[in-house]
Ligand binder design. Structure first.
Ligand code: ADP
Length: 304
C-alpha cells in the first residue's frame, strides 16, 4: 500500500484574454473547477498508475462545504481509500484561484483552508493505516509540525519515506535524514541547498547541490528538471535520465504525476531506474493535456 499525506484543493481555473489590472473588471473569461492540490494529485497519480494489487490511501483534511464533498467523491472515483480524510467543521476546503492568460502564463493564489487543520493527532489516528503501508509520500502544503510528526513515525516503523519539498522551503537536516527519496524540482533543490536558483543550469552544478542535500542526510535525491528530465543521485550512483520528448500544452501536475508513477512502480518492487522511467513516461503524457487531475494518465495508457 501507498499512503499519501498532504493537501487537497479545488482549483478554480479562469482562462482570461490577459491578466487584469488592479481595480479592473475584465470580460471574456472561461471558468472551470478541477480537483487539485499536490497531495491529492500525487494520490490520484499513484492510484491510476499502480498495479491492481497496490492500494492507495490518503491522510488529509477537507472543509464541510460543497467542494469538500466533490473532492472526496473525486478521490473515491479513483479508488483511493479516504477513511482517514477528515471533514473539518466550520472550515472551507483548500482552494487555488488560478488565472491563465492567452499566452498560457498563470498567476495563482492559494487559500489552504482545511489543509491547515491537518494535525499530529490525525497522523496518530491513522497509525494502523501507516503500519500497513510500504511507502509514505508527503509534500509541504500542510503544516510542518504535522509533516515532521508523520515522517518520524513512518521512519520509526521502517517505511520508505518519499518527500516532495514543495512549495520550496528550507528544511532541518534531522528531517531530511529520515527521508529515503527527496524529490525536489530545480527551484526547490536550489533553495534547500542554499544556492541561487539560476545556478542549477548544468549537471555539475546540480550534482554539487545534490551532494549538499545528501550531506544533510537524504539517502537518495531525484531532481526533476522539466523538459530536461530527472537528475538522480542514488545510493548506487548518479545519473541524468532524459525526459520523454513531447509537445507541452500544460505542465500543471507534471511533478505530481512523476512522483505518483515513481512510487507506483517502487510499490510493485521495480528497481529505481525502471521506476524513474515509468514516472517520466506518465509525466510526459500529463504535460500534453490541460489541468491537474484531468491530465493524469491511467496505467493502461502507458502500456499502450
Ligand atoms: P514540477 O511540475 O514539480 O516543477 P517538473 O517541471 O520538473 O516538475 O516536471 C516533472 C517531470 O515531468 C520532469 O522530470 C519530466 O519527466 C516531466 N516533464 C515536465 N515538463 C516536460 C516537458 N516539457 N516535456 C517532457 N516531459 C516533461
Amino acid at each position: 500500500m501507498i499512503v499519501i499525506i498532504g493537501s487537497i484543493n479545488m482549483d478554480l481555473v479562469l482562462r482570461v484574454p490577459r491578466m487584469p489590472h488592479p481595480g479592473e473588471t475584465l470580460s471574456g473569461g472561461q471558468f472551470r473547477t478541477i480537483p487539485g492540490g499536490k497531495g491529492a494529485n500525487q494520490a490520484v497519480a499513484a492510484a491510476r498508475l499502480s498495479a491492481d494489487s497496490v492500494k492507495v490511501a490518503m491522510i488529509a483534511c477537507l472543509g464541510d462545504d460543497a467542494f469538500g464533498a466533490e473532492l472526496r467523491a473525486a478521490l473515491r472515483s479513483d479508488g483511493i481509500d479516504d477513511s482517514h480524510v477528515s471533514t473539518v467543521g466550520g472550515t472551507a476546503s483548500g482552494v487555488a484561484s488560478i488565472l491563465v492568460d492567452a499566452g498560457g502564463q498563470n498567476s495563482i493564489v492559494l487559500a489552504a483552508g482545511a489543509n491547515d487543520a491537518l494535525s499530529p493527532a490525525h497522523i496518530d489516528a491513522a497509525r494502523a493505516l501507516i503500519e500497513q503501508a510500504r511507502i509514505i509520500v508527503l509534500q509541504l502544503e500542510t503544516p510542518l509540525p504535522t509533516i515532521r510528526h508523520a515522517i518520524k513515525l513512518a521512519h520509526q516503523l521502517g517505511k520508505t519515506v518519499v518527500l516532495n519539498p514543495a512549495p520550496a522551503q528550507v528544511l532541518p537536516a534531522d528531517l531530511l535524514a529520515q527521508v529515503e527519496y527527496l524529490i525536489p524540482n530545480e527551484i526547490e533543490a536550489a533553495m534547500l541547498a542554499g544556492l541561487p536558483e539560476a545556478s542549477l543550469d548544468n549537471d555539475a552544478a546540480i550534482d554539487a547541490a545534490v551532494a549538499k542535500l545528501r550531506a544533510n542526510g537524504s539517502a537518495n535525491v531525484l531532481v526533476t528538471l522539466g523538459a530536461k528530465g530527472v537528475y538522480a543521485a542514488l545510493s548506487s550512483g548518479s545519473e541524468h535520465f532524459a525526459a520523454q520528448p513531447v509537445k507541452a500544452i500544460d505542465t500543471t501536475a507534471a511533478g505530481d504525476t512523476f512522483i505518483g508513477g515513481f512510487v507506483a512502480a517502487l510499490a510493485e518492487g521495480r528497481g529505481e531506474a525502471d521506476a524513474i522511467a515509468f514516472g517520466q513516461r506518465a509525466a510526459a503524457l500529463s504535460v500534453a493535456r490541460i489541468g491537474a487531475q484531468t491530465s493524469i494518465p491511467y496505467r493502461h495508457e502507458l502500456e499502450a
